[in-house]
Design a protein around this ligand. Structure first.
Ligand SMILES: N[C@@H](CCC(=O)N[C@@H](CS)C(=O)NCC(=O)O)C(=O)O
Length: 196
């Protein structure tokens, strides 16, 4: 399997972490998002959406959308809860991540850290809704060690990707003790070095 990805992208790192955790072999192919390498004709032939991550399997089929990819790769593994209802709760977090977390926390980070956009020119809704997403996670993690069920699942991997980098988007996690403890727990289980 080939993973086309950019290591600055949490969406791409989700796929890498799942493969590493499950010992799935892959070849990583660097695609530089900032240089526009997702928009070349060759790349658009692989993924007409022009986005990483994109994976190409040995039989030539390709798959895009980070959460669809990790859901497929982790089928039959303990990263998807065996209980169908808890698995559906995990899916709920995956959809929520793409609609209510990543568009604010990851987008603000990309602007501040990679495009150099001045903070005062950014849409204030990025900060407001990013903190609202962190509040939701903090409430869940105050009472639970994991986002879905009582073990590490794809929900934790998907949400870890940009939450652990939230400071690069100008978000202060000082007041989010449950999230910080969860980040440490998930990083340890995935064998990741802390980012700060
Ligand atoms: N919903 C998609 C989002 C993918 C996405 O936004 N990828 C960004 C990098 S994080 C990208 O490829 N941007 C380059 C572009 O849009 O040209 C997913 O979860 O995979």
């Amino acid at each position: 399997m080939k993973i086309y990805g950019d290591r600055i992208s949490g969406n791409c790192l989700k796929v890498k972490w799942v493969c590493d955790h499950l010992a799935l072999p892959y070849t990583w192919i660097d695609i530089d998002v900032v240089k526009g390498e997702t928009r070349t004709a060759d790349f658009l032939a692989l993924n007409p959406w022009g986005q990483v991550p994109t994976v190409v399997f040995d039989d030539g089929r390709s798959l895009a959308q980070s959460n669809a990819i990790i859901r497929y790769l982790a089928r039959d593994s303990a990263l998807i809860p065996a209980d169908a209802f808890i698995a559906a709760q995990m899916d709920g977090w995956l959809f929520w991540e793409q609609y209510s977390h990543e568009p604010y926390i990851a987008v603000r980070r990309f602007h501040l850290t990679y495009l150099g956009t001045p903070a005062d020119t950014l849409d204030p809704k990025l900060e407001k809704r990013g903190y609202a997403a962190l509040d939701v996670m903090e409430r869940r993690l105050t009472d639970a060690h994991y986002l879905a069920g009582d073990a590490l699942s794809l929900a934790d991997i998907a949400l870890l990707a940009y939450t652990r980098l939230a400071h690069e988007g100008g978000f202060d996690l000082a007041g989010y003790g449950a999230i910080r403890r969860w980040i440490g727990r998930a990083e340890t289980e995935l064998g990741l070095s802390p980012v700060r």
